[in-house]
Design a protein around this ligand. Structure first.
Ligand code: ADP
Length: 495
C-alpha cells in the first residue's frame, strides 16, 4: 500500500515573490523596411504628396518604419484600380477560382504566422501570446472560412439571386490590426467585390505585410488595395463617389461622422463601433472560472477590445469573495515587454490612448470611485497602464457609462435578475455581454434579455469565423463573421 503523509506534517508555503525568467520571442527573422509605400494595383507605389509618417513601437517608443500618407489623389488611384479590377477581372472570374486565391492567402498567412505575430506585437503593443495564439490564427481562419463560401454564394439565400456590390472601402482600427483586415477583406472577396482597405495610423505594418502576402498569392492587380494614412485618408475613402460600400470598425464618434457623410448616397455600410459590456456573475456561478473570465474579459489585449467586459456586476452575496479573488488574481498578472511569452498585459497602443485612460482614472476617483491598481512595476519607457478596478461606482458614473478602452474595470453589485438586466441594458452601447451561472434557465433568461449582439455564457471573448459579431444601439449596424458577415457584401434580389 502506498504511504500517505499526514496532512498535518506538510507545510504549504506560497512564495509570491518569485519571478519568471525572461522568455523573449525572437525577432531576428523580422525584416522591416525603412519605409513602406501604398499598395495599389498589385504593386507598391509612392504617395503623390511624397509624405510619410512614423509608426513606433509603443513598448519602447522607438521608430519601426516610415509609412506613406495617402491623400485624395492616392485614394482616387486606389478606388479606380479596384473598379477596373472588379469590372475586368474579379467579377468575370468563376467563383471557384476566386475561392482558390482566398485559400492561397490563408495558407501563406499560416506559413508566415510567426513573423506576423511578432510584427503585430511590435507595432501594436499586444502580448505575443495573444498575437500568436489569437490574432494571427483567427485571421487565417477567416480567410479559410470565407474561401469556402466563394463558390457557394448562389446558395446563400434560397429563392433569391445574390450579386456582389462592386468596390468596398474598408477602414479599420488599431486594436486587432491583422484580424480586422481579415474580417473585412475575406468576406468582401468571397462575395466577389474588390477592396480598398485603410489600416489605423498607429498599426499599419501587418496590413502592409498582408499586402505582400496578397501580392505573393498572385491575386490579380487591383483586387485588394491597401493604403495608409490617418483620419483624412479615411474620410477621403468614405467620400469617394466610386465606393459602393463602406465597412468601418472604430469609435462611435467617427462612425457617426461616416453615417452622416454617406447619408443620401447609394453607399451601403456596416459599422462596428464602441462597447461597454456587462459581465454578470451570479452567486451560483463557478467562482474561480468566473474570475478567470473577468480577467480575460477586461485585461485581454490591454482592454483594447470593443467587446471587453468593462462593467462587472456581481450578485451581492458573493461580491466580497469575488472581489478578493479578483484582486489576488490581478496581482499575478505580468505587465511588460509584449514580446515576452510570459507577459499577460502588453503596452497601451499610443500615448494618446494612454492619456485618455489616465483621464478616465482621474474622473473615476473624482466621482468617488475607489480605485485599486496592482503593485507590479512597469518599464520606464513606453506606454503602460497597470490592471485597475473601481468599486463604489454608480450607474451614472462616467467610468460606468463611457468606453475607456483600457485595462480598467468598473464593479457594481446587484440582488435580482431583473435588477441586473435593467442596469446592464441602461447604457448607449450594446455590443456584447457575459453571464456566469450554474443554471441553464438563468442563462436563457438573461442572454435573451440583454440588448447586446454577442453574449457569452460561462466564458468570455471567444471568437470563431462562423459566428456573427456586431452591435445593437450605438455599438453599430450590421454583422461580421459567418453567413451574416457575407450578406452586407451582396445585393440580394428575390426572384
Ligand atoms: P479609435 O478610437 O479606435 O482610434 P477611430 O474611430 O479614431 O478609432 O479610428 C478608427 C479608424 O478610423 C482609423 O483607421 C482612423 O484613421 C479612421 N478615421 C478617423 N477619423 C476618420 C474619419 N473622419 N473618416 C474616416 N475614417 C476615419
Amino acid at each position: 500500500m502506498a504511504k500517505t503523509k499526514s496532512k498535518k506534517n506538510v507545510a504549504i508555503k506560497f512564495d509570491t515573490d518569485w519571478k519568471y525568467d525572461p522568455a523573449p520571442e525572437s525577432k531576428d527573422h523580422i525584416r522591416l523596411q525603412e519605409s513602406y509605400d501604398l499598395f495599389i494595383n498589385g504593386e507598391f507605389s509612392k504617395p503623390s504628396s511624397g509624405k510619410y509618417f512614423e509608426t513606433i513601437n509603443p513598448a519602447n517608443e522607438k521608430k519601426l518604419a516610415m509609412v506613406a500618407d495617402a491623400n485624395e489623389k492616392d485614394v482616387d488611384r486606389a478606388v479606380t484600380s479596384a473598379r477596373t479590377a472588379y469590372d475586368k477581372t474579379w467579377s468575370k472570374m468563376p467563383a471557384k477560382e476566386r475561392g482558390k486565391y482566398i485559400y492561397r492567402i490563408a495558407r501563406i498567412m499560416q506559413e508566415r504566422a510567426r513573423e506576423l505575430a511578432v510584427i503585430e506585437s511590435m507595432d501594436g503593443g499586444k502580448a505575443i501570446r495573444e498575437s500568436r495564439d489569437v490574432d494571427v490564427p483567427l485571421a487565417a481562419a477567416h480567410f479559410f472560412y470565407y474561401a469556402g463560401w466563394a463558390d457557394k454564394v448562389k446558395y446563400a439565400v434560397p429563392g433569391a439571386s445574390a450579386k456582389p456590390l462592386g468596390v468596398a472601402g474598408q477602414i479599420i482600427p488599431w486594436n486587432f490590426p491583422l484580424l480586422m483586415a481579415a474580417w473585412k477583406i475575406a468576406p468582401a472577396l468571397a462575395a466577389g467585390n474588390t477592396v480598398v482597405l485603410k489600416p489605423a495610423e498607429t498599426t499599419p505594418l501587418t496590413a502592409l505585410k498582408l499586402a505582400e502576402i496578397i501580392r505573393d498569392a498572385d491575386l490579380p492587380p487591383g483586387v485588394v488595395n491597401i493604403i495608409t494614412g490617418a483620419g483624412a485618408t479615411g474620410a477621403a475613402l468614405v467620400n469617394h463617389p466610386g465606393i459602393d460600400k463602406i465597412a468601418f470598425t472604430g469609435s462611435t464618434d467617427v462612425g457617426k461622422i461616416i453615417q452622416k457623410a454617406i447619408a443620401g448616397t447609394n453607399k451601403k455600410y456596416t459599422l462596428e463601433l464602441g462597447g461597454k459590456a456587462a459581465n454578470i456573475i451570479f452567486e451560483d456561478a463557478a467562482i474561480d472560472q468566473a474570475v478567470e473570465g473577468i480577467i480575460n474579459g477586461i485585461f485581454f489585449n490591454q482592454g483594447h477590445v470593443c467587446c471587453a467586459g468593462s462593467r462587472l456586476f456581481i450578485q451581492e452575496s458573493v461580491a466580497k469573495k469575488v472581489i478578493r479573488k479578483l484582486k489576488d488574481r490581478m496581482e499575478t498578472l505580468i505587465v511588460g515587454d509584449p514580446l515576452d511569452k510570459n507577459t499577460d498585459i502588453g503596452a497601451i497602443n499610443s500615448k494618446m490612448q494612454l492619456d485618455k485612460i489616465k483621464q478616465y482614472l482621474k474622473i473615476g476617483v473624482n466621482e468617488g470611485g475607489e480605485m485599486f491598481q496592482t503593485s507590479c512595476s512597469v518599464p520606464s519607457k513606453g506606454f503602460w497602464c497597470k490592471p485597475t478596478l473601481f468599486t463604489n461606482v454608480s450607474q451614472s458614473s462616467r467610468i460606468v457609462q463611457e468606453e475607456i478602452f483600457g485595462p480598467v474595470l468598473a464593479i457594481q453589485t446587484f440582488r435580482t435578475v431583473e435588477e441586473v438586466i435593467e442596469k446592464a441594458n441602461n447604457i448607449p452601447y450594446g455590443l456584447s455581454g457575459g453571464v456566469w451561472t450554474d443554471k441553464g434557465s438563468k442563462i436563457f433568461k438573461v442572454t435573451s434579455a440583454l440588448r447586446a449582439g454577442v453574449v457569452w455564457a460561462n466564458t468570455y471573448n471567444k471568437f470563431d469565423p462562423t459566428s456573427p459579431f456586431g452591435g445593437y444601439k450605438e455599438s453599430g449596424v450590421g454583422r461580421e463573421g459567418g453567413l451574416h458577415g457575407l450578406m452586407p457584401y451582396l445585393e440580394v434580389e428575390h426572384n
